[in-house]
Design a binder for this molecule. Structure first.
Ligand SMILES: Nc1ncnc2c1ncn2[C@@H]1O[C@H](COP(=O)(O)OP(=O)(O)OP(=O)(O)O)[C@@H](O)[C@H]1O
Ligand SMILES: [Mg+2]
Length: 176
């Protein structure tokens, strides 16, 4: 079922850093024939009637994202997983999954300043609004590692960000 250009990409970063916006732009660039799935932690989390953002809930959400990724990869889809991915431990199982399915893997950190994230977040309504303390907490606890590719959404438009991610993905192919 695997196809030549199949990939698994992680879009990591704090709330309002631009993960979902850039993922949607990238999906548009790839076009209708690309068989790409965009998995969002938000959508899984909001299947829970009253999410409480506990550690156990996070573990369950990431495990669900992994299970879905596995099913889609097995059936020939490329997958973008859009979640905060604060911890190295959140990201590691996906790298293992990509290796197992022998598909390209890229973990991208969508970067913006706390100030910008707070400003973007202030324009959100309903459950999309993230309490400022939680947002700041994610900024201070995010675990970086060398394998993360950083794309700045303050200096790049969503289109530029998506294009640079695509070209990074291409170099990964050539390098592997
Ligand atoms: N260059 C940019 N790239 C991405 N988003 C941008 C950019 N410039 C401005 N924005 C705005 O910033 C906001 C980013 O929100 P988005 O929902 O994409 O973030 P997110 O990282 O998915 O957040 P969450 O983790 O809460 O789902 C959007 O309102 C978007 O229009
Ligand atoms: Mg989002």
């Amino acid at each position: 079922m695997k196809h030549e250009n199949q990939f698994l990409m992680l879009f990591a970063g704090p709330p309002a850093s631009g993960k979902t916006t850039v993922a949607r732009t990238l999906a548009e660039l790839l076009g209708e024939q690309s068989r790409v799935v965009h998995l969002q932690s938000d959508e899984i989390r909001h299947m829970i009637i009253s999410p409480i953002y506990s550690k156990h809930e996070s573990i369950t959400v990431y495990a669900s994202l992994k299970a879905l990724s596995k099913t889609f990869l097995r059936n020939g889809y490329s997958v973008i997983v859009d979640a905060t991915f604060t911890r190295v431990n959140h990201r590691r199982p996906f790298r293992v999954l990509a290796r197992r399915f022998d598909v390209k893997f890229l973990a991208v950190y969508l970067k913006c300043s706390l100030q910008t994230a707070l400003k973007r977040n202030a324009e959100r309504t309903g459950w999309r609004f993230v309490p400022s303390e939680r947002l700041a907490g994610i900024f201070s606890s995010f675990e970086f590692d060398n394998s993360l590719v950083v794309v700045d959404t303050e200096t790049h438009t969503p289109r530029e960000a998506a294009e640079s991610i695509l070209s990074l993905l291409k170099t990964r192919i050539e390098a592997s």
